[in-house]
Design a protein around this ligand. Structure first.
Ligand SMILES: *[C@@H]1O[C@H](CO)[C@@H](O)[C@H](O)[C@H]1NC(C)=O
Ligand SMILES: *[C@@H]1O[C@H](CO)[C@@H](O)[C@H](O)[C@H]1NC(C)=O
Length: 347
């Protein structure tokens, strides 16, 4: 779980916290150079071979996208081929299994045909609360691709990048205080309980399948943009589990996320502290409601300060996620096996 992938992430964080961290940054950079051998280092200039990453079943669909040979070039990994052709099992450099299809048993692992030493990747973007059947996979997978920062191949739902070029547009004009989009509404969920506690004190406009106010296909962002705050309540609370509800529905739309998820410190590993409101910052739902409803414009604008130097990058494309395996490949740990994948993921 070391190597360039993690190092690049650390460097990205260092850039976020650029002020006062120069010494640390230089040190990290030096460590990174020492760890990661450059291709062609040591005088040889042979081109690197093309890697073949076999995706055993494309996530959530029986109709995989067309995957031209240069699919990964646009994600910075030109010598990398994604394929869903199972005839390549014998020769693939890594094989990826997406958990959902394993869980519902649409897919079975080709254990009896596995070439010796072939790295197998377990891939999932779901939280532990929505992941079943991991106990069956002891001692099988070598690498994990997920939103968890300690994954071998770390693929967050989004991240902040340094902004270059023109200043960001002003936040759109606001007409409401708080919006929430929800398609799966169940009383036992913490997010529903919190909504019930907030509703008497704060007008929350609820959209989505569960609300009787469904949104048309491309209306979510423009709808949320009219509100000051967006309830970015995760369906379950787990470390690093910060999904498109936060990155897209709130930040990209231009609304300030009010988050229910992992603790504040976990969010601050991804975004600056003044980019969001955390429900844990308040003693009660009533206090939170009072804070949101009573906020003046100058206080509100402070939630947008970071946008002058950073911008949101969504990482929602499975092709990009899988191509990231190639960027990480030279530095992924060889010989590692997840003996207790369930224990690791549920921890
Ligand atoms: C799958 O790969 C095999 C072996 O390289 C090849 O013969 C076959 O044509 C490929 N199938 C498709 C549909 O590309
Ligand atoms: C706006 O609210 C902040 C924080 O509550 C407060 O410190 C500030 O004085 C207020 N500004 C105005 C102009 O009312």
């Amino acid at each position: 779980m070391t190597g360039a992938c993690v190092c690049l992430m650390v460097l990205a964080r260092w850039r976020l916290r650029a002020v006062g961290g120069l010494g640390v940054g230089v040190l990290l950079l030096a460590l990174w150079f020492l760890r990661a051998p450059w291709p062609g280092a040591g005088g040889t200039q042979e081109p690197q071979p093309t890697l073949t990453i076999l995706i055993w079943h494309w996530p959530f669909t029986d109709w995989p996208p067309d995957l031209p040979g240069n699919t990964c070039a646009r994600f910075g990994a030109p010598r990398c081929r994604l394929s869903t052709n199972r005839s390549l099992l014998a020769s693939a450099d890594a094989v990826v299994f997406h958990h959902r299809e394993l869980q519902v048993r649409r897919v079975h692992l080709p254990l009896d045909r596995r070439p010796r030493g072939q790295p197998w990747v377990w891939a999932s973007m779901e939280s532990p609360s929505h992941t079943r059947g991991l106990g069956r996979f002891r001692g099988i997978f070598n690498w994990v691709l997920s939103y968890r920062r300690d994954s071998d191949i770390f693929v967050p739902y989004g991240r902040l990048e340094p902004r270059t070029g023109p200043l960001p547009p002003l936040p759109p004009a606001k007409r409401g205080v708080a919006a929430w989009v929800v398609s799966n509404f169940q009383e036992r969920q913490r997010r529903v309980q919190l909504y019930r506690q907030l509703a008497p004190h704060l007008r929350v406009d609820v959209f989505g399948r569960a609300s009787g106010r469904p949104l048309c296909a491309n209306c979510l962002l423009s709808t949320v943009a009219r509100y000051r705050f967006y309830l970015a309540f995760e369906n379950s609370q787990h470390r690093d589990y910060i999904t498109e509800k936060f990155w897209r529905n709130a930040l990209v739309a231009g609304a300030v996320p009010v988050v229910l998820g992992p603790p504040r410190a976990n969010y601050e590993a991804f975004v600056p502290p003044d980019a969001f409101v955390h429900v844990d910052d308040f003693g009660s739902a009533r206090e939170l409601a009072r804070f949101l409803a009573g906020m003046n414009e100058s206080r509100y604008q402070r939630f947008f300060a970071w946008r002058h130097r950073l911008r949101v990058r969504l990482l929602s494309d499975w092709q990009e996620r899988f191509c990231h395996i190639c960027s990480c490949y030279p530095h992924l740990p060889r010989g590692q096996v997840y003996e207790d994948l369930e224990g690791w993921f549920q921890a």
